[in-house]
Ligand binder design. Structure first.
Ligand code: PLP
Length: 416
């Protein structure tokens, strides 16, 4: 870091500023985490220099002996941890992993059945502003209005009607477990591939806190930077018979040279995720999310579907009369970082939204438990209700920020 400061004080000050932000506030973005110093060390290593197009032992560049070792170690760890026949650690991101899965299994114009974005699906599940919606005929399924759970009957009906070539399950803002066996059954009924987008919850699978999609899916796509606590990036797991198609879809079809520093950092994260402590961590992430959802419910903020089985809760703010956008802004002012989020059947446009999404991966990494989650719920409730345009609002937000700083200071991110 001293070298960065000497060479580029401007960027050094950004790095310090970000570290201060992490240390002073509460990070409740469900898709974020705090990687270990070991992961950061691999990311900041000389492996960033190496071109290594291809796969271990089959590269288009010389000098790959060391990066081959890193990738082989990482692949073995991924296969072992998830019980997968084949793994690929090269996707640059979750979206790149999904693109490769589409490319491996489909032709442009093929029908795909996936969860609608406003109901919790991801942009890569058929949004018109994404390749998935432009180049494929995507049909969306939703959650039921009464239970706010996936409507498996609708999924089956749509599958029978549209005969998709691939069905996707796995979401960005769905707090409950997904029944992969039912999805497998429906996929088999119509002869479709089943792709599970486990971007959000693969870390919970690694920590044995939720059931694994691997035995049910043809392909599992994931990110490595969420609950899994690795570097920003993607990963694909698949059945052995699809291995060559997946590998070719990643390179050379959708990507060039892999980011070998990131591949090495993924290997480090996979080693950490295989330790018994990670199972304790993953289970605590879920317990904390449950406690946070219950705490918010007690403050008059309704968790969508009544609660959570995962690392995140989606919270309907209509009863408190505050939009998701205002809630996000007010929490930001109180140094609580979370995001506005559409709720199922949301009457508001996405940039306003009626809800917020909160997740517990980062605060659990910091060592917080249920008692702190109850405290965080009251802090969120006070911030959300504090209108800075009204007398006393700004003072309330400053008061919440002071309490946040005290709590965060007791569980420091990246302790000195
Ligand atoms: N799939 C799902 C379900 C996600 O939630 C996300 C990101 O949040 C992605 C894919 C894309 O991951 P990335 O942002 O790394 O491209």
């Amino acid at each position: 870091f001293a070298q960065l400061e000497a060479t580029d004080p401007e960027i050094a000050s950004v790095v310090v500023g970000e570290l201060d932000r992490l240390r002073q506030g509460l990070q409740l973005i469900a898709s974020e985490n705090l990687t270990s110093p070991a992961v950061l060390a691999a990311l900041g290593s000389t492996l960033t220099n190496k071109y290594a197009e291809g796969y271990p032992g089959r590269r288009y560049y010389g000098g790959c002996a060391q990066v081959d070792r890193a990738e082989e170690i990482g692949l073995a760890r991924a296969r072992e941890l998830f019980g997968a026949e084949h793994a690929n650690l090269q996707p640059h991101s979750g979206a790149s992993a999904n693109l490769a899965a589409y490319a491996a299994l489909l032709e442009p114009g093929d029908p795909v059945l996936a969860m609608e974005l406003p109901h919790g699906g991801h942009l890569t599940h058929g949004s018109r502003v994404n390749f998935s919606g432009r180049w494929f005929r995507t049909v969306g399924y939703r959650v039921r209005a009464d239970t706010e759970l996936i409507d498996y009957d609708e999924v089956r009906d749509l599958a029978l009607e549209h005969r998709p070539k691939m069905i996707i399950c796995g979401a960005t803002a769905y707090p409950r477990l997904i029944d992969f066996a039912v999805f497998r059954e429906i996929a088999d009924e119509v002869g479709a591939y089943l792709m599970v987008d486990a971007a959000h919850f693969i870390g919970l699978v690694a920590g044995r806190a939720v059931p694994s999609p691997v035995p049910h899916a043809d392909v599992v796509c994931a990110t490595t930077h969420k609950v899994l606590r690795g570097p920003r990036g993607g990963m694909i797991l698949c059945r052995g018979e699809l291995a060559a198609r997946i590998d070719k879809a990643v390179f050379p079809f959708t990507q060039g040279g892999p980011l070998m520093h990131a591949v090495a950092a993924k290997a480090v994260a996979l080693r950490e995720a295989a330790l018994p402590e990670f199972q304790t961590y993953a289970n605590q992430v879920v317990e904390n999310a449950r406690a946070l959802a219950a705490g918010l419910a007690a403050e008059g903020m309704r968790p969508v579907s009544g609660g959570t089985d995962t690392h995140l809760a989606l919270v309907d703010l209509r009863d408190v009369g505050v939009t998701g956008r205002d809630a996000e802004t007010r929490c930001d002012a109180a140094t609580i970082t979370l995001n506005k989020n559409a709720i199922p059947y949301d009457p508001q446009p996405p940039m306003v939204a009626s809800g917020i999404r909160v997740g517990t991966p980062s605060v659990t990494t910091q060592g917080m438990r249920e008692a702190e989650m109850r405290q965080i719920a009251t802090l969120i409730a006070r911030a959300v209700r504090a209108d800075p345009a009204l007398p006393g609002g700004a003072d309330t937000l400053a008061g919440v920020a002071a309490e946040v700083a005290e709590l965060a200071g007791a569980f420091p991110a990246y302790p000195r």
